[in-house]
Design a protein around this ligand. Structure first.
Ligand code: NAP
Ligand code: G4F
Length: 363
């Protein structure tokens, strides 16, 4: 049944009340204070996103706001603010300090926000770093999931939980294309940590009857992708070279193939998974794979350049163990969720290059 609920304009804290960009007492900001009171015959859906400052978190926040959710984001403390990707919506979301490493901070956060949906996107997500910091990667990316699930059990077992699992779990692939049933063979400490996160999600669903869904997402990119990932590294370098700001792009394995999609399409799948009658696991992928070399060809030719004149192979970017080729089969998601990707590979590459050209020209 629909409930009646007051919502007021959010109270904007004065700068002196703010701490590291957050209101000093952020539990007060949903109080109707001096704003217009609306009495709406509707249930406001409340979601919590961990990793809201990341690529996917920012797109998911955009999507949930469009759907009239009350959106809360978990951010970890840092000495400087890192809100670039959510700068356009900081006035529409509520940010809370907590850390995947700190169990109490997660429990307190859930008690304060009482979300109906939790999207666990926070992770150490860069594969090469996982060899440099394997233990920390395990703490964030593996055990962080258990901390979140235990907090849900303690505070509200009715919460719907989404875990950001990864095609990196398939690693040295045992079949092509990869489906929900393909066994995992991870090739990096990151992939191992994600496999743990996936299985603990499935285990808590089966042990405690939690609504815990695992989205096995293949690589997805956008103009908001971090510059260390290969696609954005390429699109950014293309823009710099085109504008005469750089001459060369140094890359690792040009033969690696990925099933690359557009992040905006993939966050839609996350939301769809939490609207199902029961929690399940879903592969999200385009079904096409392309090499790093092909990405370069399209990106450089889009601005009238020949990639062979600018790209150099640099062994320092090779990995101790490589995932050579990924290609996903998302038929289950297409059938059950009604999901399909909208952006083509070519359109994605061009979108990223155009965005970087614009950004580099302005800065
Ligand atoms: P991303 O841009 O690297 O964002 C990661 C987010 O996690 C950031 O907001 C980061 O916060 C936060 N974070 C890291 N450690 C944390 C901690 N200890 N406590 C709290 N927050 C922490 O990653 P993404 O591309 O958006 O990916 C989102 C999720 O999907 C990740 O779990 C990733 O592993 C997974 N995934 C991604 C892909 C893909 O192709 N993009 C594919 C499959 C799965 P800071 O801003 O403070 O660093
Ligand atoms: O862009 P990448 O760093 O992404 P990777 O390793 O596939 O991981 C991304 O996708 C996963 C999903 O499968 C996510 F779970 C994970 O969080 C992340 O979002 O590298 C893609 C490929 C690799 O084979 C790499 O060896 O590109 C190759 N590559 C070639 N030269 C390079 C470079 N990768 C990077 N980062 N930098 C290079 O210079």
């Amino acid at each position: 049944m629909a409930t009646l609920r007051y919502i007021g304009k959010r109270k904007r804290s004065r700068p002196s009340e703010r701490l590291n960009g957050l209101p000093a007492n952020d539990s007060t900001i949903l109080r109707p204070a001096g704003g217009v009171l609306h009495c709406l015959p509707m249930t406001i859906r409340r979601a919590l996103i961990t990793g809201i400052t990341g690529q996917d978190g920012s797109y998911l926040a955009d999507l949930l706001l469009e759907k009239d959710y009350e959106v809360h984001g978990m951010v970890r403390r840092s000495s400087t603010e890192n809100f670039e990707r959510i700068a356009h919506l900081t006035h529409r979301v509520t940010l809370h300090q907590a850390d995947l490493l700190d169990q109490l901070s997660i429990v307190d956060l859930l008690k304060k926000v009482r979300p109906q949906e939790i999207y666990n996107l926070a992770a150490q997500s860069f594969v090469p770093t996982s060899w440099v910091q394997p233990v920390l990667t395990g703490e964030f990316t593996a055990l962080g999931v258990t901390r979140m699930l235990d907090a849900i059990r303690l505070v509200d077992p009715e919460v719907r939980f989404y875990q950001a699992s990864s095609s990196e779990m398939f690693g040295k692939v045992l079949e092509t294309p990869q489906t929900e049933k393909t066994p995992f063979y991870p090739r990096s400490p990151y992939g191992v940590a994600k496999a743990y996160g996936h299985f603990i999600t499935v285990n808590y669903r089966e042990s405690y009857n939690l609504f815990a869904a695992s989205g096995i997402l293949f690589n997805h990119e956008s103009p908001r992708r971090g510059k260390e990932f290969v696609t954005r590294k390429i699109s950014h370098a293309v823009a710099q070279i085109k504008l005469g700001l750089a001459k060369e792009l140094r890359l690792g394995n040009l033969d690696a193939e990925r099933d690359w999609g557009y992040a905006g399409d993939y966050v839609r799948a996350m939301w769809m998974m939490l609207q199902q009658p029961k929690a399940d696991d879903f592969v999200i992928a385009t079904g096409e794979s392309h090499s790093v070399r092909q990405f370069c060809e399209i990106a450089f030719s889009h601005v009238g350049l020949d990639w062979r004149k600018h790209v150099a192979v640099d062994e320092t970017f090779l990995r101790p163990a490589e995932v050579e080729k990924l290609r996903g089969d998302s038929s289950k998601a297409r059938r059950v969720l009604g999901w399909k990707p909208e952006a083509s590979f070519d359109a994605l590459v061009r979108m990223m290059v155009d965005a970087d050209l614009k950004r580099c020209a302005h800065s």
